[in-house]
Design a protein around this ligand. Structure first.
Ligand SMILES: [Zn+2]
Length: 94
């Protein structure tokens, strides 16, 4: 399922990864990104939301969180189609 390390090309610009080239997992979906694409992603209007949701998931111990927009195609993300409703702090835990 997680072929992050096996990818030979950036999922967005399709540039080939050379040996030892840095790669980054998208914060928004499961795309494997080169550095320029990771930087570009940060400019996406939904990036801050995706980042917050990713952080919340990790804090809950979900280290395999696929991203708020998992299954969707960058950059045409639809906030209404995200798997989880945005957690509006409805969980009354602790
Ligand atoms: Zn790229």
């Amino acid at each position: 399922m997680n072929d992050f390390l096996k990818k030979t090309h950036c999922d967005r610009c399709k540039n080939e990864f050379g040996a030892g080239d840095p790669r980054i997992m998208s914060f928004m979906n499961t795309d494997t990104l080169c550095i320029p694409c990771a930087d570009k992603e940060k400019l996406h209007p939904y990036y801050p939301i995706a980042k917050i949701e990713e952080r919340k998931a990790v804090l809950k111990g979900n280290y395999n969180y696929p991203g708020l927009f998992a299954g969707q195609q960058y950059p045409n993300f639809d906030i209404l189609k995200t798997g989880e409703a945005l957690s509006t702090e409805k969980d009354h835990q602790s």
